[in-house]
Design a protein around this ligand. Structure first.
Ligand code: IVH
Length: 672
């Protein structure tokens, strides 16, 4: 029986709605329905298609996964070659590039360039016929690549069908497939749990994921795409790179929100600096900035040299990975006693910073990478994270390298080292008897997101513990300015300031206090959940494990840690002393209303703030329940604007989005 036109229409309208929501989510970064609603629409469509298989078409949003595994990759010849880019290192080479271009064009003024981050993924060419995705091919050698259509279809930010009323008959859109940092980390974690091989970096992970024969595996990998270039096209879509970007967006092809037109070499440099500064806080890895002559006519005039266009350049950032030799491996003791093997290295400059230590995470990791003392290793430094040893250069291994042994006793306090069954980490059994654990516990207690004792840094804590002035957090509040002034690097004034900030820290919140106690597995979110559920400290301290497990997200392990913590006489004494010293908090209702004070509000940050890093500003907003997004839209609640704002300021003004300067932003977050 033919399917009724009613159902046909319903199926079509569900597809349109899903495509529209996808577009808002991935391209505009401005979703207007919750994820659950999207899932509901998808399920409805799936059910209708199941009941009416004759209605299923390959470009339906339900058809991303489901293709059968392939036997191998078919070769695809690119109709327009996929080029590579020449590199520039440093400001001089960038300005040489601009000079060369202008000389060739006999142009003495300032040229417009289109600038965008250079993503560290892999280039891909997608062919749309009459608006439907028909083929996806890797770059390969630039002339011939591999057909990976079955896999690319599973990437949710790739539209299976183009949007809008002016869709060309034939369009080849080119871009970069990549895995963001969070997705990469999660993938490697799950690979290591299942005993699989880890990927070296997000680029390898993206490449490995695209070269799967089974699309169901690719579908599980967190891949994404940004489009940046045109291959074959049946129409003239744009006269400039900037217009092309706009046209892509209109067609539903996601473009990098950080891309924009700049004028002259000085704005190129400023863009480079701006992106370099944002590099660590970007969600994905980049290795430089690409500048393209904006005008397509001029691009044509400039042409190519050996597979690279004369009209574009990749201005590269300093590398994140370098090689050096391991001098020794030592074990550091953390807050919970975990022993972390740390490689002491011959100092090497990685991404502009000298690195002489790198973490090896734990014994399993050390064994897996087979790192030995004396080995030549690859070191990686990404952002604020601790540098790590990526791999050993086995071909350069010397004969006299030494294997690393887990010590039987704690290198700090000589207590026994124990390793629980099934745990990757080995721990010092000394607890707070161990000075290393004590120092870390105090550092955690004083940290910004716990009791926030301004001015009590690592070096001071070390002295306080080493001189046996402080054993537990409660002892901190017994310190006076005189004692503090005696410490290295302290004077009367700084000692007084520290006493004042310790006093100030006593006015806290219950979640901060709970978090600061350093109970295993109790992070900020769990501390907040416990506080909200029980309302005050006493009931938490007295709760049995089954009562604790009633708290959202608290499972048996967390419940046991909380219960054990408060069963320990020593801990009860510390808590009592802290309360006696005057630590206090307002009733939980007030704290909770602060935690949700900015709920439903979305913020965008631009420019540099004088008193706060971007990460701190972000954390402050999120701590109050707000959201931080990357680009300004009509739905943005506030633009927080620091020094040297980018184009976001103009956009916010055009859209009538309220702009907060640093002072106004500080006032806002301090109100709660
Ligand atoms: S434009 C002819 N833009 O860099 C110009 N490339 O080294 C075509 N890449 O194979 C490339 N981000 O994989 C362009 N925003 C970006 C890019 C980018 C990364 C990669 C691309 C290309 C390689 C060249």
């Amino acid at each position: 029986m033919a399917t009724s036109s009613n159902i046909r229409n319903k199926v079509q309208s569900l597809r349109d709605a899903l495509n529209q929501h996808n577009y808002r989510y991935y391209v505009l970064d401005d979703p207007d329905i919750p994820d659950a609603e999207y899932d509901r629409l998808m399920r409805e469509l799936e059910e209708l298609e199941k009941a009416h298989p004759d209605l299923v078409v390959p470009e339906s949003p339900t058809q991303r996964v489901g293709a059968e595994p392939v036997k191998g990759f078919r070769e695809v010849k690119h109709s327009v070659p996929m080029l590579s880019l020449a590199n520039a290192f440093g400001a001089d080479e960038l300005s040489d590039f601009d000079k060369r271009v202008r000389e060739r064009l006999s142009f003495s003024g300032q040229l417009d360039y289109f600038a965008e981050p250079k993503l560290d993924g892999l280039a891909i060419s997608l062919r749309y016929e009459k608006g439907t995705l028909v083929q996806a091919a890797t770059r390969g050698d630039g002339s011939r690549g591999e057909d990976v259509t079955h896999n690319v279809r599973t990437i949710s930010s790739v539209p299976l069908k183009l949007q809008g009323s002016r869709v060309p008959d034939l369009l080849e859109a080119r871009g970069e497939v990549f895995m963001d940092k969070a997705g990469f980390k999660a993938l490697n974690n799950s690979m290591s749990e299942s005993g699989g091989k880890q990927f070296m970096n997000p680029r390898n992970a993206a490449a490995g994921s695209l070269r799967q024969l089974d699309p169901r595996l690719t579908a599980e990998r967190p891949l994404a795409i940004y489009f940046y270039a045109l291959g074959e096209c049946s129409e003239s879509l744009a006269k400039t790179q900037e217009e092309l970007n706009k046209a892509f967006r209109t067609l539903g092809l996601r473009v990098n929100p950080a891309a924009r037109r700049v004028t002259g070499v000085s704005e190129c440099s400023a863009f480079y600096d701006e992106i370099a500064e944002r590099r660590e806080s970007l969600a994905y890895e980049i290795d430089g900035v690409v500048f393209k002559v904006n005008d397509f006519e001029l691009q044509k005039k400039l042409g190519f040299v050996s597979r690279a266009p004369r009209w574009a350049i990749a201005a590269k950032f300093p590398a994140h990975e370098e090689m050096t030799r391991v001098r020794d491996v030592e074990f550091q003791v953390g807050r919970t006693g975990a022993l972390t093997p740390v490689a002491r290295l011959e100092p090497v400059v990685v991404g502009g910073v000298t690195v002489s230590n790198a973490t090896l995470h734990n014994m399993d990791e050390l064994k897996r990478k087979d790192v030995r003392i004396g080995d030549l290793v690859v070191i990686r430094r990404a952002g604020d994270v601790i540098p790590e040893v990526v791999s050993v250069v086995k071909t350069k291994r010397r004969k006299n390298v030494k294997k690393v042994q887990l010590p039987a006793r704690c290198p700090v306090c000589d207590s026994e080292v124990v390793r629980m069954d099934g745990e990757a980490v080995a721990r010092c059994a000394g607890g707070l008897y161990c000075k290393a654990q004590r120092k870390q516990a105090l550092k955690h207690f004083a940290s910004r997101r716990a009791m926030d004792i301004d001015g009590l840094g690592e070096k001071l804590i070390e002295q306080l513990v080493d001189r046996e002035l402080v054993e537990n957090p409660a002892d901190l509040y017994a310190l006076n300015a005189e004692t503090l002034a005696d410490l290295d690097r302290m004077a009367a004034k700084s000692a007084q300031n520290l006493v004042a900030s310790m006093d100030k820290s006593k006015q806290t919140t219950l979640p901060r206090f709970l978090f600061g106690l350093g109970i295993r597995e109790v992070g900020e979110a769990t501390a907040l959940a416990l506080a909200m559920h029980f309302g005050d400290l006493d009931p938490i301290m007295q709760a049995a494990t089954d009562e604790l497990e009633k708290v959202p997200d608290v499972g048996p392990v967390v419940a046991r840690h909380v219960h054990q913590f408060f069963a320990e006489q020593h801990n009860l004494e510390v808590v009592a002393k802290l309360l006696k010293a005057g630590v206090t908090w307002p009733e939980i209702a007030k704290t909770v209303s602060a935690a949700t004070a900015l709920q439903g509000k979305s913020f965008v940050l631009t420019g540099a703030l004088a008193n706060m890093s971007r990460d701190d500003a972000k954390a402050a907003i999120q701590g109050l329940g707000g959201k931080v997004t990357g680009s300004v839209s009509a739905k943005t609640s506030y633009l927080v604007c620091g020094d040297k704002p980018g184009s976001k300021l103009e956009r916010a003004r055009n859209l009538g989005v309220p702009v907060l300067d640093e002072k106004a932003f500080e006032d806002l977050i301090q109100r709660f």
